[in-house]
Structures are given as C-alpha cells and as structure tokens.
Design a protein around this ligand. Structure first.
Ligand SMILES: Nc1nc2c(ncn2[C@@H]2O[C@H](COP(=O)(O)OP(=O)(O)O)[C@@H](O)[C@H]2O)c(=O)[nH]1
Ligand SMILES: [Mg+2]
Length: 230
C-alpha cells in the first residue's frame, strides 16, 4: 500500500496547534512533519514536545513551505494541513481516501454543495467572491471538463509524482492556485470533497487580502502566457 505523509504548515499558530493537535488522526499517516515559517510563539517547541519532527524554512513564504514539506518527507501521498482552525481534521481521512481511490489531487472545497466558508453568515463576502472569481476564470481557461468549485483552498492532498511533475515555483500564498491550474493543464485527476471551514482559533491571518489577491492575479497571468505548458 502507498505510504502517506502529513505535512503541517505553521507560522505563529500556537493556539490552533494546541487545540487541534489532539484531533489529528496521526495514526493514519506513516510520517508527520511540521514545516514552520519562523514562529516565535512556541509553535515549534509545542510540536517538538509532542515528538513531531519540525523543519524550518530558509526562504519565507507558504509556497516555499509546501516545497520544504515535500522535500523533507518520503510518503507516496502528501497531505497538507494548516492547524489554524479553518480546516476540519475529520476531512483528513477523506482526502486520503480520494487519493487511494485514484485521484492525483484532492481538494477540500469551501464552495462545493454542502460546504461552508468562513463568510457564509455574512451578507458581504469579499473574500469568497474574489476566490470564486479566480476559480471561475481558471475553470474557463484551463478546465478539462470537470468544473472545480475551489481552486484556492490550501487544504489538499496530492500524489508525490504529481506534485513533482507540476514544478511549482510560487513562493507565497498563491501556490495552491498555481497547483490547481497546472494540475488542470496537465490533465491530472482532480477530486473535491466539501469541507466546513471553521473560524480561526487564535492569532492572526498572515494572508493580507490585497497583496495576496495581487499574487493570485500574477500567477493567473503567468499561467495564461505559458498557455498549456509550465
Ligand atoms: N510554514 C509556513 N506556514 C505558513 C506561512 N504563512 C502562513 N502559514 C500557515 O498557513 C496557514 C494558512 O495561513 P493563514 O494566514 O491562516 O491564511 P488564510 O487562512 O488564507 O487566512 C496557517 O496555518 C499559517 O500558519 C509560511 O510562510 N510558512
Ligand atoms: Mg487560515
């Protein structure tokens, strides 16, 4: 059977890490690794205290963290999880099942039927709308018959050979968008599961809307200019 690695992505995420660690189904994984972006709030020490291996980053950014995670693990299946409260640990086995059933990339979608995103109880949902617009454009330009509802959520699992074949080079948050677009271009088998996005448990988001939105736009333009290659 294929081996699987759980990769936790953290940057000053102590409150969420403490609260969610007991709920993580660690026994499902052959290996668990924390990639830490330079936390100063004890996140790193917390996980080390739990006997979990932690690696740091030489270069900053969440995109870089994905690559550091892949490089420092050996599993055939890679599952990325961010312990900030947004991602439901109960989805972890479901993402794994998708890969075991043959998907190359499995995404926890905040916009699929039955899903919830953090702005759902608001009338004004700027973040959701911008996300959905980027996803719509990606589908229209790069889709291969399957309509994805969330190309941007970072809660996802991917086969290692697929991850490597996409040659992702984005440094920051838009790594997930780049991964989804390139996976569509490459004709990979992409599956979504509906997820219920929880509220952030503590600390602050590191994703500032404006620069991160601009970063997504840059990824999109670059992938358009490269047409079907990357
Ligand atoms: N390793 C690493 N993790 C990061 C970095 N930036 C953000 N994260 C983590 O990625 C997850 C998502 O970040 P967050 O700021 O909540 O983004 P949002 O959910 O889009 O608001 C959290 O667990 C962060 O701690 C980084 O540069 N390196
Ligand atoms: Mg978050």
């Amino acid at each position: 059977m294929s081996t699987c690695s759980l990769i936790l992505l953290t940057y000053n995420e102590i409150a969420g890490s403490r609260a969610l660690h007991p709920n993580l189904p660690l026994s499902l994984f052959d290996e668990v690794l924390v990639v830490d972006g330079g936390s100063q709030d004890g996140t790193r020490e917390f996980f080390e205290g739990q006997g979990i291996r932690v690696v740091g980053q030489q270069r900053r950014g969440r995109g870089e963290a994905f690559r550091v995670g892949a490089r420092n693990t050996t599993g055939d299946l890679l599952v990325f999880y961010s312990p900030d409260g947004n991602e439901d640990p109960e989805d972890l086995p479901r993402l794994l099942e998708c890969l075991r059933a043959g998907a190359d990339l499995a995404i926890a979608s905040r916009f699929a039927p039955g899903a919830r995103n953090e702005e759902d109880d608001q009338l004004f949902r700027p973040r959701a709308w911008v996300n959905m617009a980027f996803t719509l454009i990606a589908n229209l330009l790069f889709g291969r018959g399957v309509f994805l509802s969330d190309t941007i959520n970072g809660f996802r699992a991917i086969r290692r050979p697929a991850f490597e074949s996409l040659r992702l080079d984005e440094r920051g948050f838009p790594i997930e968008y780049q991964m989804s677009i390139r996976a569509m271009k490459a004709g990979l088998r992409i599956v979504e599961i509906p997820t219920r996005e929880g509220d952030r448990i503590g600390g602050a988001s590191k994703a500032e809307s404006f620069p991160v939105g601009l970063g997504h736009l840059k990824v999109l333009i670059r992938e358009i200019l490269r047409f079907r290659s990357f």
